[in-house]
Design a binder for this molecule. Structure first.
Ligand code: ADP
Ligand code: MG
Length: 305
């Protein structure tokens, strides 16, 4: 009984967009728009592992949606809906109220509907979200398309969330708790970017995935990394550590020809972007400062260590 009253009380709002059947039946029903491919992904957040235990329920609700919409954005796709698998240690109505409010706030901001899920009891608070989106057939932006001569570009600023994790209470904590999925920019890059990834495990590691998939290399200019005022004020090695190896940024990193980048800027995206380097034929990631190679040993966030 408790499970059904939780669903009815907190997770059964009317859908925002075209949904044939949402929460309440055995499965949800959607009609795929013609000539579109379904884009689908899942991400799980475990309390104490993916967010500090005392994170506000509202922020947890926001973040579990945002990290998934970021993956949809990284394909160039338009997000449509989510499913939520919720494992709760106990029924805490204040927590559920804040959590569902945060979840719906993120859904509302990006025009996404909650169309189903599962609710269970378990010793650990775990949120697993599946996100669905649509994209014109064949237009998804893979990790594997980077070409020699492309620019390497990143959105927003990097390293803020990792800094905030080590300085809880600092104003930058909003970057950790309330990441902004770059949905609009992702879609604006359709037909323009040659490869794309969202930066969740650190820029160096995530760009590394593009390079590996594209069988190519890149040079980054350390002084070009887009940093917030707080990170700019740190010593070089420290700020580069946050910027390149810090997790939880949820910015988009993409490769694009100079010509297509000019087109993107003409289209005037709301999200700022910065050229941080270029693609080269020699494999691997090369870091430079003032035109000279700079050796740094960074590792992104490793699961299972
Ligand atoms: P079943 O037993 O058939 O799997 P459930 O009792 O798990 O059905 O769920 C009933 C309905 O509520 C389904 O439509 C399911 O998708 C939805 N649902 C369950 N938990 C959640 C949740 N946390 N958020 C959104 N929808 C949920
Ligand atoms: Mg079920």
């Amino acid at each position: 009984m408790a499970e059904f009253s939780i669903i009815d009380s907190y997770f059964n709002r009317p859908s925002l967009n075209s949904v044939d059947l949402g929460v309440g039946d055995d499965s949800a029903l959607l009609t795929p728009p013609s000539n579109q491919q379904l884009v689908i992904c899942a991400d799980t957040l475990v309390a104490g592992r993916h967010f500090p235990l005392d994170t506000s329920p509202h922020a947890i609700g926001w973040k579990c949606v945002a990290v998934n919409l970021s993956d949809i954005a990284a394909m160039g796709a338009k997000p449509h809906s989510i499913l939520l698998a919720l494992s709760l240690p106990q029924i805490d109505h204040d927590w559920l109220k804040g959590f569902s409010q945060g979840l719906y706030d993120c859904c509302d901001q990006f025009g996404v509907s909650l169309i189903g899920g599962d609710t269970t009891q378990s010793p650990h608070l775990t949120l697993s979200v599946t996100a669905l989106g649509w994209i014109e057939h064949g237009k998804a932006i893979p990790r594997s398309g980077a070409q020699v001569g492309d620019l390497v570009v990143v959105s927003g600023t990097v390293g803020d969330a990792a800094f905030a994790l080590q300085h809880l209470g600092h104003p930058l904590q909003t970057r950790l708790d309330y990441p902004t999925p770059r949905c609009e920019l992702g879609q604006a890059l359709k037909n323009l970017a040659s490869s794309m990834i969202d930066v969740s495990d650190g820029l160096a590691q995530d760009l590394g995935h593009i390079l590996k998939a594209s069988k190519i290399g890149a040079t980054l200019e350390l002084d070009q990394l887009p940093l917030s005022k707080t990170l700019q004020s740190l010593q070089n090695e420290q700020k580069w550590q946050y910027a390149l190896a810090g997790g939880d940024d949820y910015e988009l990193c993409f490769t694009i020809s100079p010509q297509n980048y000019a087109t993107l800027l003409q289209n005037n995206p709301h999200t700022p972007t910065t050229i941080i380097g270029h693609i080269q034929p020699e494999l691997g990631l090369r870091l430079q400062k003032d035109g000279l190679d700079h050796a740094l040993h960074f590792h992104g966030y490793q699961h299972f260590v």
